[in-house]
Design a protein around this ligand. Sequence first.
Ligand code: ATP
Ligand code: MG
Length: 364
Amino acid sequence: MGLAIALANDPPLLIADEPTSALDVVVQAQLLDLLRVCRTRRDTAILFVTHDLALVRGFADEVLVMDAGRIVERGPPGQLLAAPVHPRTQALVGARLPVRPPPPKPTEPPLLEVRNLSVDLAAGTRHRMRVLADISFDVHIGRTLAVVGGSGSGKTSLARAVLRLVEPTTGTGQFGGIDVRGLAKEPLRAWRRQAQLIFQDPGGSLDPRMSVADSLNEPMAAHGLGSSESDRAERVAALLDEVGLDATFSNRLPHTLSGGQRQRVAIARALALDPRLLICDEVVSALDTESRTQILTLLRQVQARRGVAYLFISHDLGVVRHFADDVAVLEAGRLVELGPTEAVLGAPRSSAGRALVAASTHLT
Ligand SMILES: Nc1ncnc2c1ncn2[C@@H]1O[C@H](COP(=O)(O)OP(=O)(O)OP(=O)(O)O)[C@@H](O)[C@H]1O
Ligand SMILES: [Mg+2]
């Protein structure tokens, strides 16, 4: 109502002071739409005052961040929200993840190139169900592609199909110039070293009877890495150090570790084989906020140090927003949207993308 009165005079400038803070998300969205219409149809300039940075994501062209009467940071919202520099902005964004340098530019050819991937699985005794349909995407060295989508949309199936843990029905996968679908059993086993999978529940991937050191040793021994026992022991120590665990963890059993520590061991175990691609399936979903930030920070350090690519599966858009360079949206086995994180999460074009973003804004 207040807005209608303000607009009745067709002003060239509209100053809106926290116009949406008392409204629910749906009405908020309607009001923002109305303001957008004014902006495009009537060329109204808008000075939009708000404490809610997430809200300006898809709305503002430029954001000024104020602290104690000063402008401490300014920039386009995508950039500002993805990599806030000033502590005040970081606090507003809620990002406890440290700012990272910009990722390397995508290079051609990509590390992983998936084309027209479809997967059918037996859905019962009689028929097969199409779980993934005609999926194409690239993953680049040193970069992170997030895969988001509702429960049952096919995220885990996609991870498994990329690794050929399930056989695709159609499609091709090129990895560093190798045709993954064409690989016979032995070369496939050798190739798998380069693409490792980490799960939500590291309890599932760590043998409960194996000490941490044995868990890290095992894949190296299986793939014939390390020239001797003592060489592998050195590698185990270096891996523990890399994931932020001191040497005393070597002899611990998984059940004596916290969730975050177990996830560090799972990461070290994946890194033991010097992979070029890590597929992370909801790896921080079971962790509390603090461990989550620690593990994400660790994954970033690993990426900066080793240049690994991440295929990062998550239903948590808050995490994806800070962590991924690009986002793919899955819906019912189809890839309905793919693009840079700011673009996809800032202004999703697919209905599935919009629904996910709406739900995540609602929660924060
Ligand atoms: N082994 C299987 N056999 C038959 N159907 C399967 C099998 N595994 C998964 N599905 C089906 O494939 C679809 C996608 O499942 P998937 O586990 O990939 O989803 P998801 O996106 O990872 O979900 P969530 O977010 O709950 O982990 C679902 O409909 C599921 O029921
Ligand atoms: Mg899953």
